[in-house]
Write a protein that binds this ligand. Structure first.
Ligand SMILES: [Zn+2]
Length: 312
């Protein structure tokens, strides 16, 4: 970190960039990819983190500690749900950044933090560096970057979802998206769903060869806004990937009427051979990809705040 220059020694009219950690009102929040990468390493070090596991509880504690250190007040959202393997206890974690005007509408940023139940499939552990360590790491750092800037025009919720992955190997019926379905139902019950302008989901954003896909379910306007920011930032090759219908947590929020987008690259490794396999490791992820996604999101949020309205 460079030593900040003494303002008195600077010629008049010269902008001062101290590089210090103090938040600066009016300056855009900065995404610290090195911090995000550390968050990814920490999660992977806990081992496989399927729903209901001790390792997932350690992850949950880590998420809450990190959010608290960013000045936020994390909440656990406990619930139980029947699964094909019997009833399981789940807990989402979220933290809110209140707007200047508490009556303002909301933007929710989300990522699942559980990993695939893969122990019956592979002798090696499934560490889920990309799925879902990467998006969880980016979301933690986004929460930090936004929280240190203080209140924004809209209320923000940073939402870490449990139980996205199926308990059985195949994604079928209701054996998936447990956390997002629960949270979306609660939003609807409380009436808050009607005040959420957008749900922005991050998933599998750590691939070394990152290209975010055109998920066909995602709100087209939202997706276009994020990809336009990507191009503006010089990340043309990281956006506008192939179109596909992607089943993910965003569908739970769409089901309660919230415009939603999924920022995801489901093509992971040659012929997608790293997805849901023991090859989903740190070596196959990159800090640069976390930075690309973090910067795209931070650049797009003011546009979403200004231009995106719920179409009711
Ligand atoms: Zn997965």
């Amino acid at each position: 970190m460079p030593t900040p220059l003494t303002p008195l020694l600077l010629p008049l009219g010269l902008a001062i960039f101290s590089g210090c950690d103090a938040p600066k009102t009016g300056t855009p929040p900065q995404f610290d990819a090195a911090r995000a990468w550390k968050h990814l390493e920490t999660q992977v070090a806990f081992g496989p983190r399927p729903a209901g596991s001790q390792a997932l509880e350690k992850t949950r504690v880590f998420l809450m500690d990190t959010l608290r250190a960013s000045g936020l007040k994390p909440v656990r959202e406990h619930f139980k749900s029947p699964t094909p393997k019997g009833e399981l206890a789940f807990a989402n974690v979220y933290a809110d950044l209140p707007a200047q005007d508490p009556a303002a509408e909301w933007i929710i940023l989300g990522s699942h933090f559980d990993t695939k139940h893969a122990e019956a499939r592979f002798p090696e552990p499934f560490l889920g560096a990309n799925d879902a360590g990467s998006s969880t790491a980016v979301l933690l750092e986004l929460a930090h970057a936004l929280a240190r800037q203080g209140a924004r025009e809209l209320n923000y919720r940073f939402l870490f979802l449990d139980g996205e992955e199926a308990v059985l190997w195949d994604w079928a019926g209701e054996d998936n998206t447990y956390g997002s379905r629960h949270h979306a139902a609660e939003l609807k019950k409380s009436g808050m769903a009607a005040r959420v302008r957008a749900f922005i989901l991050l998933d599998m954003v750590g691939d070394k060869d990152l290209q975010l896909m055109r998920d066909s379910y995602s709100d087209r306007r939202l997706l276009d806004m994020f990809f336009a920011s990507g191009r503006e930032l010089g990340y043309k090759r990281h956006v506008d990937g192939r179109a596909q219908e992607i089943l993910d947590d965003h569908l739970s929020f769409m089901a309660v009427g919230i415009p939603s987008v999924d920022l995801i690259d489901l093509d992971y490794g040659p012929f997608n051979s790293f997805w849901h396999t023991p090859k989903d490791t740190l070596e196959n992820c990159s800090q640069a990809s976390l930075e690309v996604v973090g910067r795209i999101v931070l650049t797009t949020l003011p546009k979403v705040e200004k231009e995106f309205r719920r179409s009711r």
